[in-house]
Design a protein around this ligand. Structure first.
Ligand code: BDP
Length: 596
C-alpha cells in the first residue's frame, strides 16, 4: 500500500487533532455527544486518567466533521488510516463504509461519489480493543459480571506489554485521480561487483493507462534516468549501507490520451542481502547486528505515533554504535520505517504474532511441556492477513532486511511445524525481494525440542540465562548459554544466529556490592557475561538487547510499573550500563566482525 504522499495529482489533508470520543455504545446515525474529546493520533488509555476507563475493553468511538475539499469529477476522495488498534469500522454520515482487522497496518476507504457531493462529512470510527484466540496479538478474553449486574469485558494479555488502543497513527484525507497508481514494486538486480543495477519498477493502476514515464533521481534531485520502460539500468550506483544510507527516488507518471493522470514518488535504496555459510551478508559483506528489541511506547502517547521520540531513539542508538532494531512485537509506524531508511538502520520486521503460547502468562514453567497450543489457537486467518499486509506495506524499504513470522510461539509443541510451514512460504511467495524469514524462538524451545527452526533462514533466539534461568547466577548462566548456542550452531551450521532478546530488569539508582538482580551492577555483569559468550560463537552474528527502554505492561507479580529491562528508562535517561555498550558497540564494526 502506498504511503499517503502528495504530488501534482494528489492532495493530502491531515485529520490529526481533537475528535469527539466515547467509550461504549453509540449509534452512528446520531451525532456523538460533545462530552469527551480525544487526540488523534494517540492511545486513549493514558490520556483519559480515570482508572476504569484506562483499562476499558470493548467498542469505543471517535467522531469529527470535515469540510470536503474540491474533488473533480475524475477524482476520488479517500480516507486513509495509518492504524487503528485493533479493529475499526468506519462510517460516513452514519453509513458503514468499511472495516479493518489488525491494529498495526494501514487501510483506506474510498468515499462514495454521492457523499462527496455533500458539503461536509461526519466521520465516525468505531474502534475495538478485544483480543482473543483468533486475533494477533493473542489475548485471553472473558466476560465478568460487575456488582451492578453489568457485563464487563476483560482481556488478559497473552504477552508482556500493555494493550494500548486507539487511533494510533495519522488519519489522512486523500484526493487522487480515479485512475491512479495503486501499487509500486521496485526490485533491483545488482552487478557482481555491485557497481551497477538493473531496476524493475512494477506498477499497478486502478484502471487501464496508455503509458508510463519513469524518472530516477539521486539524493540531490538530479535526474539519472528517464524512460518509458519499467526496466532501467543505473551505472555507478551508490549502495545503501549500514549507517550510511543512500536513497534514490523513482517518480512514476501515468498517461492516457497524452494527458498526465497520476504522479507518485517512491524512495528506494540499492543493496543486496543474502544468507549463507552461517553469515548474514549485506552487499556481499558479513554484517554484525548491534541493537535492540523496542516498543512503540512513550509517556502519555502510549503506542500513539510519537515522531520526536522515534528520532531521539534512533539518535541514541546511533550514538551508542547500534545499527539495528526489531519491530517487536508488531509493525511500527510507516514514519518510523521511513526514518530507518533515511538513517541506514537495519530493521527486522515483525507482525503482531505474539502470544501464540497457551498459558503464556501463567507459565514460568521452563520445562517445555506441551500445553496443546496448536489445537487451541484460531489465528491462522489473522496470521495470513498480517503477513500479507506487512509485505504490501514494507516491501520497498531498504531498511527491512528480514521478516519475522512470530515472536516466541510454542514451537516446541506438536503442530508447530505444520502451523508455520505455510506461513513462512507465504512470506517467501509475497516478498518481491525474497528477504530471509525468521522465527523468534522462545527459551523452552531448545535445539532438542524445537520443531520449527528448520523452516527459517536465520536462528533468532530470546534467551535469559542468568535471569529467568539460573536467576542471579551468572556462572551457571554462562555455561548454559554457551552450551545452547553451540548446540544451535551444530544443528544448523549454515544458519546465522542472532540473539534477538537478552536482558535483566534494572531499576536505575539501585546499587549493590554483590551484583544482586535489579541493581545497575547486576545489569553490567549480566551483559559482560553474555557478551563474552557471544564473542566465542562464530555463527552468532548479532545482539539485540531486550529492551531499548523500559515500557508499560499489564499487571503481573514480576512487573514493577512495567518492564524494566530497558537500557534507558521510559523517559529515555540512560542506565549506567549504556556506557559499557557504547564502548563495546563503537569498537564492533558493522561488517566483518566475526572472522571465520
Ligand atoms: C520475552 C518476550 C518479551 C518480554 C520479555 C521479558 O518476547 O515481550 O517482554 O521476554 O520477559 O518473553 O522481559
Amino acid at each position: 500500500m502506498l504511503y499517503p504522499s502528495f504530488s501534482k495529482s494528489r492532495s493530502v489533508y491531515d485529520l490529526s487533532g481533537l475528535w469527539q470520543f466515547k467509550l461504549g455504545d453509540h449509534n452512528p446515525q446520531e451525532i456523538l455527544p460533545n462530552e469527551e474529546v480525544m487526540v488523534v493520533p494517540s492511545s486513549f488509555n493514558d490520556v483519559v486518567v480515570d482508572k476504569d476507563k484506562r483499562n476499558y475493553i470493548g467498542d469505543f468511538w471517535y467522531e469529527r466533521t470535515l469540510e470536503i475539499p474540491k474533488v473533480a469529477e475524475n477524482e476520488e476522495l479517500v480516507l486513509r488510516f495509518g492504524s487503528v488498534t485493533h479493529h475499526a469500522k468506519v462510517y460516513v454520515n452514519g453509513q458503514l463504509l468499511g472495516q479493518h482487522k489488525g491494529g498495526f497496518t494501514p487501510f483506506e476507504i474510498v468515499v462514495p461519489d454521492q457523499l462527496v457531493n455533500e458539503s461536509s462529512l461526519r466521520l465516525s470510527v468505531c474502534a475495538n480493543n478485544i483480543l482473543d484466540y483468533s486475533t494477533l496479538p493473542v489475548g485471553n478474553y472473558s466476560e465478568e459480571i460487575d456488582d451492578d449486574g453489568q457485563v464487563r469485558k476483560v482481556v488478559k494479555e497473552n504477552f508482556d506489554f500493555f494493550n494500548y488502543a486507539g487511533i494510533h497513527r495519522p488519519v489522512k484525507l486523500v484526493v487522487r485521480p480515479k485512475n491512479h497508481i495503486r501499487e509500486i514494486v521496485i526490485t533491483s538486480q545488482l552487478s557482481d561487483d555491485l557497481s551497477s543495477a538493473d531496476l524493475h519498477i512494477a506498477v499497478e493502476t486502478s484502471q487501464a493507462v496508455d503509458s508510463y514515464r519513469f524518472t530516477i533521481m539521486d539524493e540531490d534531485g538530479k535526474v539519472l534516468a528517464e524512460s518509458d520502460s519499467s526496466d532501467i539500468h543505473l551505472d555507478q550506483i551508490r549502495l545503501w549501507e549500514v549507517l550510511d544510507a543512500y536513497l534514490y527516488t523513482a517518480r512514476i507518471e501515468t498517461y492516457k490520451n497524452g494527458q498526465l493522470l497520476d504522479v507518485y514518488e517512491e524512495p528506494f535504496g540499492l543493496r543486496k542481502i543474502a544468507v549463507q555459510n552461517g553469515q548474514f551478508l549485506m552487499n556481499n559483506k558479513p554484517v554484525y547486528f548491534k541493537g535492540f528489541g523496542k516498543h512503540e511506547d512513550t509517556f502519555i502517547n502510549g503506542r500513539g505515533l510519537n515522531e520526536a521520540a522515534n528520532l531521539m531513539d534512533l539518535n541514541l542508538m546511533k550514538e551508542m554504535g547500534a545499527n539495528s532494531f526489531r519491530t517487536s512485537h508488531y509493525p511500527y509506524s510507516e514514519e518510523m520505517m521511513r526514518l530507518a531508511d533515511r538513517m541506514g538502520i537495519l530493521v527486522i520486521d515483525e507482525i503482531p504474532a505474539v502470544g501464540l503460547f497457551q498459558n503464556f502468562t501463567a507459565s514460568l514453567d521452563l520445562d517445555g511441556k506441551d500445553n496443546g497450543t496448536w489445537q487451541k489457537m484460531e489465528t491462522k486467518e489473522a496470521h495470513e492477513l498480517a503477513i500479507q499486509e506487512l509485505v504490501a506495506r514494507d516491501k520497498n524499504h531498504p531498511s527491512v532486511v528480514m521478516w519475522v513470522v512470530a515472536n516466541e510461539p510454542a514451537s516446541h509443541e506438536q503442530g508447530a511445524h505444520e502451523y508455520f510451514e505455510p506461513l513462512v512460504k507465504l512470506y517467501k511467495d509475497l516478498d518481491p525481494q525474497k528477504r530471509p524469514v525468521t522465527l523468534v524462538n522462545i527459551l523452552m524451545a531448545t535445539p532438542d525440542k524445537d520443531l520449527a527452526m528448520d523452516l527459517v533462514d536465520v536462528i533468532c533466539l530470546n534467551r535469559y540465562y542468568g535471569w529467568y534461568i539460573d536467576h542471579g547466577d551468572l556462572k551457571k548462566g554462562e555455561k548454559g548459554l554457551r552450551q545452547e548456542l553451540l548446540q544451535w550452531q551444530e544443528k544448523f551450521p549454515e544458519k546465522p544466529i542472532i540473539m534477538t532478546e537478552y536482558g535483566a530488569d534494572t531499576l536505575p539508582g539501585l546499587h549493590s556490592s554483590w551484583d544482586i538482580p535489579y541493581t545497575e551492577e547486576f545489569q553490567s555483569a549480566f551483559y559482560e557475561m553474555t557478551h563474552g559468550v557471544f564473542d566465542e560463537i562464530p555463527n552468532l552474528v548479532g545482539e539485540q538487547v531486550w529492551n531499548f527502554a523500559d515500557f508499560e505492561t499489564n499487571l503481573m507479580i514480576l512487573r514493577v510499573q512495567g518492564n524494566h529491562k530497558g537500557l534507558f528508562s521510559r523517559n529515555r535517561q540512560p542506565k549506567q550500563v549504556v556506557k559499557d555498550f557504547r564502548k563495546r558497540w563503537q569498537a564492533i564494526p558493522n561488517y566483518h566482525y566475526k572472522k571465520k
